[in-house]
Design a protein. Structure first.
Length: 287
């Protein structure tokens, strides 16, 4: 009997030690994997006591007029965040639309390589919420490591045929309330987060990197653009502006500054104009 009790005690101690070791190893691995994007995410979640505000079931659509159903509210959000291009057009817009109906007469970019595909997948954050297929980037990376030729061939077929699969365009949209807003019955108090499938984001990332490489190596970028460019920042923009003003003052010139902000500029970007710009800079046909 005593031997059985001693054996049980020893096993319990070994089990407790195994739990402590596994917990320490897991925490050490977790700390080592923290990147610049999520280093404070866990801390913020632990310190946050407020209950997340849910999107409203009712929105104000006019003075003293509100939506009357969840379906109508969702439709208002859809119109706000994903507006449709209007059929009204000027003659210049008609010309722009006609230009984008045909691909540019340029050479194709080379196919993607296996290393290129694996590198871009590995570079994705596995802790980010997945899209409608519920596959995180680490799952997709492991699958691609096992079948690298298959995934690379799929990406290259999309590139060769100039298509983006419809299934990868589907997104699960989460409406997030903006902090410190006085009125949460208006659409401007919210912003959308679109959760996309990882393989769709992979194709997008591959194409964007190819496009950026083409633009930088062929000097197609505007040197005065500071946003959405690597090694550029608002600090550099302010520094250049201050230098320009000082030089003008030394020469005795007058300086005037004009500042304006385009509301929801990205949401309302006109795709035909963007495609026309790609035609003008002789972008590779398959991109």
């Amino acid at each position: 009997m005593n031997e059985a009790i001693a054996n049980k005690t020893q096993l319990r101690q070994e089990y407790a030690e195994a739990i402590r070791k596994a917990s320490n190893d897991n925490f050490r691995e977790f700390c080592n994997k923290q990147g610049k994007e999520d280093v404070w995410s866990v801390t913020n979640r632990l310190l946050k006591n407020s209950i997340p505000t849910q999107p409203p079931s009712t929105l104000k659509i006019a003075p003293n007029k509100y939506t009357t159903s969840c379906e109508e509210t969702a439709r208002i959000f859809l119109q706000k965040f994903y507006p449709q291009d209007t059929t009204d057009t000027y003659s210049s817009q008609t010309v722009t639309r006609q230009t984008t109906k045909f691909p540019p007469n340029t050479n194709d970019d080379p196919p993607f390589t296996i290393d290129e595909v694996l590198h871009n997948l590995k570079d994705m954050n596995p802790r980010k919420s997945p899209g409608p297929d519920h596959l995180t980037s680490d799952i997709c990376f492991c699958f691609t490591q096992t079948f690298p030729e298959l995934i690379t061939n799929i990406m290259n077929r999309c590139l060769a045929l100039s298509i983006f699969p419809k299934q990868w365009k589907h997104a699960q949209v989460i409406i997030i309330p903006k902090p410190n807003k006085l009125d949460y019955t208006v659409t401007s108090a919210y912003r959308p987060i679109g959760l996309l499938n990882v393989f769709g984001k992979l194709l997008e990332k591959l194409v964007i990197k190819r496009l950026n490489h083409f633009m930088y190596t062929n000097n197609k970028c505007n040197n005065k653009q500071y946003g959405f460019k690597e090694q550029k920042s608002t600090t550099e923009a302010l520094s250049n502006m201050i230098t320009f003003v000082r030089n003008c003052k030394i020469k005795g010139d007058q300086v005037a500054a004009v500042s304006f902000d385009i509301q929801a500029a990205f949401d309302n970007a006109w795709w035909p104009a963007i495609l026309r710009r790609l035609h003008i800079i002789d972008c590779p046909q398959n991109i």
